[in-house]
Structure formats: C-alpha cells, structure tokens
Write a protein that binds this ligand. Structure first.
Ligand code: MRU
Length: 356
C-alpha cells in the first residue's frame, strides 16, 4: 500500500513538500529552491510531524550547501553551521530535527578533505538516505506493531503520525496500515486534535485515501467511547522520548493516556530510534513549543471562536509519563518504556528486553 502523495522529497533539484496547511481541501505542492523557504515551511507547519521535519531540514541543509558552491573549504564549514543553526531554530520539541541536522553536519566535517563540490553531492545523498531509511524504519515498526493489534479492534489515535508526518507509511499509522494489510478487520478512531486539527484534516484524509475505516471524534469524546467499550487500543507517535521512557507528543496525548489507563486499555507509542533523546533523563527536560494564541482563538485562522483579548495558553506538546505507556514500538522491536534506554547500548543485549 503506497501513499498517493509525497510528503517530502527532491524534485528537479528543489525540495518538494505537500502543503499540509491546505489539506484536506487542496493537494498542493511547495517547491523550495532556498533553504530559507524550507525553514519557513517547517515553522509555519506546511510540513510537520517529527520525522518529516527532520528529513525536510536535512534536505534544506543540502540546499543551503549548494548555495555555498565556490566557497573555500573552511568558510564552507562555517557557513554550513550557520545555516544548520537557522534550520534548528524553527521548532524546539521534535528531536528528529536536531538528530538529522547533526547527522548532516557530521558528514560535512568528516569528509571536509574531499573538497566543497564533492561534499555538496554527499550532503544531497545523505538527505535522501535519511528519507529512505525513515520509510524502511516505519515499515519495520509496522510489522512489529501489527502483532499487538487484533482483528476486530477499534484503535484510537491522536494527531497525525502517518505518511504525512514521516518520509512515508507512518509510525502509529504505519502500525495501523500494517495490521490492515495483514487482513485484520480494524477500525480507527481519529481524535480531531485541536487546535491545529491534524487528526481531522490529516489523519482522517490519509486513512480515507487508503480506504481504512476511520471515524472522526472531537478530543473530548474519547473518554465516553472508552467507557462504552468502543476502543480496544490506543496508538500514537512521538516527538521526543527521554531515557526513562517519558514521551513528548501532540498536546492532548497525555489526556488520552490517562483515560486509557483508567479504562485498562493498552496505550502504545510508535517511533523510530531517531526520536530517542537518551541524553535527557526524563520528560521534564523536553522543551515544549508555545505556539501562536491565534491557533486557539481561531479555527484554521479564519473562524474567530473566542472574545477579543482573552488570555490564551497554547503549548503544542505534552509529556506522557512512562508508567502510562504499555510499550514503545521502534524499528528494533517493542520495549517497555523503562527499557528504552537500552537502545543506546550494545544491540546484542537487546534480545532479552524485546517484547516483539
Ligand atoms: O505540531 P506537529 O503537527 O508537528 O506535531 C506532530 C505530532 O505531535 C506527531 O504526533 C509526532 O510528530 C509523531 S509523527 C510520526
């Protein structure tokens, strides 16, 4: 099952993005020829979702490198770092952004002896490798995660952790896709995900493209559906996972996890290892992005739904503590959250801790 759209990729020397602000009304692509356009696309949510942000930033840095052709090698490294810093300043929470930029900078500094022209080519290739590897990780995660889903299940998801949030296939929606491809008769409940409506606009649209049965609810309906026995599992993506298994994800994820715990419903997180931040001990260290109050006072920037001048709080993410999470599904296996730090160690020692 391949998506009928491309989230992000190289197209005729430019970085092509599906403009997610316009979905589901219009399928429009943005072609970025300058790294500043890429930075703006990340900032304004034309492209969003942790892995997709990382891939896009990597491609943006490769575009930036192309604009430095002809520089002497040490100026090239300096200017590349400056461009990477600009791209890194676009959004603070998803660690995939910093992970991808660090990986690109490592390529540039470890091959500095090869000369600027060769380096530019290598940076373009590396950004493509980050995209290709992301899709492969999603497919591996899908196969592992599908084993936790049974035919007949109704699965709730929050925000959009699908092909639109990644290089393709998706993390949480990748698991759902894999279960569906295995022939399991499942249904999806998509939380609308206020304020930006990633669930209503993106998840519902993406699943309908693949004819996977999806029902849309407002965020405040999940508890009643759980109590009525209408939800068997929850699965979400992640923007950053700390060493103790705490997970930052779209605002509202924590509420879903508390509700799932109360109703004894398994709550899974699906994320590639590029979303791990083992340098921080717990979720308390994850920077939470505060976004424009207009996202709350308006719907889709047009319908005003609050009194002029009202005070607004708009944190874009929350942290779900590890003890509310049944398992974290990665491309290397599924793990209890408390064991996730082991992914930073010897791969051979992982076997004992894998759930699937
Ligand atoms: O603000 P967004 O739309 O970038 O937030 C996206 C999320 O929180 C996703 O759930 C997360 O990035 C996982 S994507 C595979």
């Amino acid at each position: 099952m391949g998506a009928s759209f491309t989230t992000v990729g190289w197209h005729q020397g430019r970085v092509r993005l599906i403009d997610q602000r316009q979905l589901p009304d219009k399928v429009v692509y943005l072609d970025c020829a300058d790294y500043r356009d890429v930075a703006e696309a990340i900032r304004n949510l034309s492209v969003r979702g942790a892995p997709a942000i990382g891939i896009t930033a990597a491609m943006g840095l490769a575009l930036g490198a192309q604009s430095l052709a002809g520089r002497d090698p040490s100026r090239f490294q300096e200017d590349l770092t400056r461009i990477a810093d600009e791209l890194a300043a676009t959004r603070p929470t998803a660690v995939n952004l910093f992970w991808a930029l660090d990986r690109m900078k490592r390529v540039a500094s470890s091959h500095r002896h090869l000369g600027v022209d060769v380096l530019i080519r290598q940076l373009v290739d590396e950004s493509q490798a980050i995209l290709d590897e992301d899709i492969a990780m999603n497919r591996a995660m899908g196969a592992i995660g599908a084993t936790f889903i049974e035919s007949g299940d109704t699965v709730l998801t929050h925000c959009n952790a699908g092909a639109l949030a990644t290089g393709g296939y998706g993390t949480a929606l990748g698991v759902i896709r894999a279960a569906w491809e295995d022939g399991k008769k499942i249904r999806v409940i998509a939380d609308e995900t206020r304020p930006v409506l990633q669930g209503a606009r993106l998840t519902a649209w993406e699943l309908m493209q693949d004819a996977i049965p999806v029902t849309l609810i407002t965020d405040n309906m999940a508890g009643a559906l759980m109590r009525a026995g209408k939800i068997q599992r929850c699965i979400v993506g992640a923007d950053r996972i700390a060493a103790n298994g705490d997970v930052a994800n779209k605002i509202g994820t924590y509420s879903v996890a508390v509700l799932a715990h109360h109703h004894a419903i398994p709550f899974y997180v699906a994320a590639p290892t590029s979303t791990l931040d083992l340098s921080i001990p717990s979720g308390a260290h994850i920077p939470i992005e505060a976004r424009n109050p207009r996202e709350v006072t308006h719907i889709r920037d047009v319908a005003h739904v609050a009194p002029e001048g009202v005070a607004v709080d708009n944190p874009a993410f929350d942290v779900t503590p590890a003890d509310l999470i049944t398992a974290i599904i990665t491309e290397k296996g599924a793990f209890r959250p408390r064991d996730i730090h082991r992914l930073g160690g010897d791969p051979a020692s992982l076997t004992a801790y894998r759930l699937a």
